[in-house]
Design a protein around this ligand. Structure first.
Ligand SMILES: [Zn+2]
Length: 358
C-alpha cells in the first residue's frame, strides 16, 4: 500500500490529513515542512516532492506571509501577513494537484503578540469551509512557549475549539527551542527549559484530547532554531521516546506512540539524530534555514560562473555586441536559485524517509 492509495493528491485536510500522519508514524518517516516566501520557493518544494515521490508540507511564517504579499504593503494590524499567507495558501491550492502529490498547507510559529494574524487566517479558513466543506489551510501553529504552561494550554484549547469543527489541525510548542527565528530571540534562556518534561506532554495531550485528536506537539529536546556553532546545548531526540512511554502509561493504551511530535530547529542536525527523532514519533520536521542557504547558493554559483555575462545588457566574452538577456532574465537566475533549493529539499526527503512513499 502506498500513500496515494490512502489519500488523494492536492492539499489534504481533516480526515485525510489524519490518515497521512498516521501512515507516516506507522511507516516511520516524517514529512518535511518547508518555509516558503514566494511562488518560486513553493514551486521548488513541490517540484522536488513530485520527483522524490514524497508528500510535502508548505508553511508560511508571519514574516514569510507578509513578504508573499509584498514588502511594500503595510503590515499594520497584521494585514500584510494575513493577506500574504492566505494568498500563498490559495496559490498552493491552485497548483498542488497538478504536481500529483499530497500537500499539507500550514502556517508557522505564531506567538501571543501575533494572534491577530492567526485570527485572520482562521477567518479565511471559515469562509473557505462555508464554500467547500473544508478549511483553506490543513493546519496552523500556535507558539505560546514563552508563556507559562497553563496559559499556553488555555489559549491553545480556546483556539482548538474554534478549529475542531473544521477538522483543522493545531501544532503547538512547549519548552523553549533555542536560537532565533523570524524575529523571536531565545538565545540566552535557561538550559533546563530546553528540554520538555513528560508531565508537560501529558498535560497537553490530556486537555487537547478532550476536543480533538488533530494536534501535534513541538517539544524541546535541545533543538536550536537556525544554524549556530555547536555549544552546550545537546540534542536528545531519545527524550521523545520517554514522552511517548509516559503518555502511553497514562492512557493505558497498546499504542506505543500516541503522540504526534514535530521537530523544530533541526538545521544542522545529523542524519542519525533525525532518524532517532522519527523513530520516536516525529512526523514533521521544519526546514527553513538550510533551504534559504541552498537557494542563495544556487544563485551565487550561477553568478560566479556567468559573471562576465551579467555586467551589461550587451557585450560578453563572446563578443562586444552579444546580448546577455538569457542570463539576466529573472526566469534564468531565479531558476538557478530554485535548483539550489530543490537539491536541499531532496536531501530532506531522503533523511526523513519520506522519499518514494507515494
Ligand atoms: Zn519552534
Amino acid at each position: 500500500m502506498s500513500i496515494l492509495s490512502v489519500v488523494p493528491a492536492g492539499v489534504v485536510t481533516g480526515d485525510n490529513l489524519r490518515k497521512l500522519l498516521n501512515y507516516a508514524k506507522e511507516h516511520k518517516f516524517a514529512i518535511p515542512s518547508f518555509n516558503c516566501t514566494s511562488t518560486s520557493t513553493v514551486n521548488a518544494a513541490l517540484e522536488a516532492a513530485r520527483d522524490a515521490k514524497s508528500p510535502v508540507m508548505i508553511q508560511f511564517s508571519n514574516g514569510g506571509g507578509a513578504y508573499f504579499a509584498g514588502k511594500g504593503l503595510d503590515n499594520k494590524d497584521q494585514t500584510a501577513s494575513i493577506i500574504g499567507s492566505v494568498a500563498g495558501a490559495q496559490y498552493v491550492r491552485a497548483v498542488a494537484k497538478a504536481y500529483g502529490i499530497p500537500v499539507i498547507l500550514h502556517s508557522d510559529h505564531c506567538a501571543k503578540k501575533l494572534l491577530p494574524w492567526f485570527d485572520g487566517m482562521l477567518a479565511a479558513d471559515e469562509a473557505y469551509f462555508k464554500l467547500h466543506g473544508e478549511p483553506l489551510f490543513s493546519s496552523h501553529m500556535l507558539d505560546l512557549s514563552e508563556e507559562p504552561k497553563e496559559e499556553n494550554i488555555e489559549i491553545c484549547v480556546k483556539y482548538l475549539k474554534r478549529m475542531a469543527p473544521m477538522k483543522l489541525l493545531l501544532e503547538m510548542e512547549i519548552g523553549i527551542t533555542g536560537g532565533e527565528e523570524d524575529g523571536v530571540n531565545n538565545e540566552d534562556v535557561d538550559n533546563a527549559a530546553l528540554y520538555t518534561q513528560p508531565e508537560d506532554i501529558w498535560d497537553i495531550y490530556r486537555e487537547f484530547s478532550k476536543i480533538t485528536d488533530l494536534f501535534t506537539i513541538a517539544a524541546a529536546f535541545g533543538n536550536v532554531h537556525g544554524v549556530y556553532k555547536p555549544g552546550n546545548v545537546k540534542l536528545h531526540p531519545e527524550l521523545l521516546g520517554k514522552h511517548q512511554e509516559f503518555v502511553k502509561g497514562k492512557l493505558g493504551t497498546a499504542d506505543s506512540k500516541p503522540v504526534f511530535f514535530v521537530f523544530h530547529g533541526g538545521s544542522g542536525s545529523t542524519a542519525e539524530e533525525i532518524k532517532t527523532a522519527v523513530e520516536f514519533g516525529v512526523i514533521k520536521m521544519n526546514i527553513d534555514t538550510d533551504t534559504q542557504f541552498a537557494y542563495w547558493m544556487g544563485l551565487r554559483d550561477f553568478y560566479e560562473s556567468k559573471k562576465a555575462y551579467l555586467q551589461s545588457q550587451i557585450g560578453n566574452p563572446e563578443g562586444a555586441d552579444k546580448p546577455n538577456k538569457k542570463y539576466y532574465d529573472p526566469r534564468v537566475f531565479i531558476r538557478e536559485a530554485e535548483k539550489g533549493m530543490i537539491k536541499r529539499v531532496h536531501q530532506a526527503f531522503k533523511e526523513l524517509g519520506s522519499a518514494n512513499t507515494l
